[in-house]
Design a protein around this ligand. Sequence first.
Ligand SMILES: *[C@@H]1O[C@H](CO)[C@@H](O)[C@H](O)[C@H]1NC(C)=O
Ligand SMILES: *[C@@H]1O[C@H](CO)[C@@H](O)[C@H](O)[C@H]1NC(C)=O
Ligand SMILES: *[C@@H]1O[C@H](CO)[C@@H](O)[C@H](O)[C@H]1NC(C)=O
Ligand SMILES: *[C@@H]1O[C@H](CO)[C@@H](O)[C@H](O)[C@H]1NC(C)=O
Ligand SMILES: *[C@@H]1O[C@H](CO)[C@@H](O)[C@H](O)[C@H]1NC(C)=O
Length: 384
Amino acid sequence: MGLLLPLGLCTLALCCGAVSLPQQALGPSPLLSRGCNDSGVLAVTGFALQDINRDRKDGYVLSLNRVHNAWEHRQDDLGSLFYLTLDVLETDCHVLSKKAWKDCRVRSLHGSVYGQCKVMFYINKPHRVLYSPAYNCTLRPVSQEKIHSMCPDCPGPRPTDSSDPRVLEAATESLAKYNENTLKQYSLLKVTRASSQWVVGPSYFVEYLVKESPCTTSQAGSCSLQSSDSAPIGLCTGSLVQTDEGKFVSVTCDFFETQAPSPGGENSSVNKGPVSLPKVQEPQGKNTSLTVSPYKAGPRGSVQYLPDLDSEKPNNSQEKDPHEAFPVQLDLTTNPGGETLDVSFLFLRPVEEKLVVLPFPREEQRSAECPGPAQQASALVLPP
Ligand SMILES: *[C@@H]1O[C@H](CO)[C@@H](O)[C@H](O)[C@H]1NC(C)=O
Ligand SMILES: *[C@@H]1O[C@H](CO)[C@@H](O)[C@H](O)[C@H]1NC(C)=O
Ligand SMILES: *[C@@H]1O[C@H](CO)[C@@H](O)[C@H](O)[C@H]1NC(C)=O
Ligand SMILES: *[C@@H]1O[C@H](CO)[C@@H](O)[C@H](O)[C@H]1NC(C)=O
Ligand SMILES: *[C@@H]1O[C@H](CO)[C@@H](O)[C@H](O)[C@H]1NC(C)=O
């Protein structure tokens, strides 16, 4: 749980706590360019991505395809603040499953969703602090036009609008089939992904979040109780295939571990990461007892979904500027000299610790060893 530190810190820092530093006239940049295949960088990246996934409330877990760019700002006893640009791929785990990205499978090429994240990640090993003050990501589905031109005969389901009534039908019918075999009943909360393909007839493939229904099997049909709790508790994958002989329905559901973050923070899955930092310090601010967080929790970042790149060129205008294809903005300051960010709350002892935050380094200032090797090297899923 160590990475689940109070959110909203950056907002606070920007409004009240951030202090401009004197301009470092002509001073050398304190930023150290790091290799994108460096084992230390990969370890830090693993934690940063885990932190992003844990902070999110919807969408699928993102996994690392490659490190695009990495900078380190060493700050004496305080540790280091990393500025990372990561090329990522969507997996088939929902973020609410809280599964580690390394335990999730990336989508097959024709169903890929890929993009780029920028994240600032603070690490202080002696004090076992791992913390992302901010991140932002931009994702797009793989270009269906390019997939098709690469392999015109490959079947492969095509992404389909979730509002298509046949998608809804596939979800309801597959869930009804699931409910036939369980005493507890589940109801549909939201379709999270849908695709279709002509097999022997029209076929629809869906993924959807479910919640517990207050009804049981015996009441089926006649139960009109409203569930008071509409929290998603699992992700189901279903399909509906129409043929001349009738309909074929399949379904599997995967229920999330009900793990209310324990205030003790034991068994943080973060500890399964590549670097062993036995226990990450819990910050104050969880309402375990005494301390009430003085600031509101809010997201530290967001994931933006954009359409397929090729579907955006209606009149064959020139190709987009590659850097515009996956715009990700991440700046806690625009002051070239940087600002300070109060991170005292990350430490157990009563200290005043202030981290220096700089504007996010520009893409052009890139180490020769970047980007690093990709897991999925197809150009179709690598941001330019
Ligand atoms: C926590 O980890 C310990 C040792 O790895 C394990 O025995 C225990 O079952 C875990 N507890 C939970 C709640 O996962
Ligand atoms: C923590 O706060 C939440 C919502 O503010 C509340 O529902 C919960 O009971 C609190 N937990 C404790 C241990 O005080
Ligand atoms: C081409 O794109 C421009 C700007 O995006 C738009 O104003 C124009 O109507 C488009 N032309 C056609 C033929 O779609
Ligand atoms: C993250 O991106 C959003 C827009 O997508 C932007 O409003 C926000 O300022 C960005 N966050 C930071 C810290 O730059
Ligand atoms: C990346 O590092 C691994 C292990 O250190 C090495 O085996 C591999 O060849 C490196 N790849 C590149 C492209 O440098």
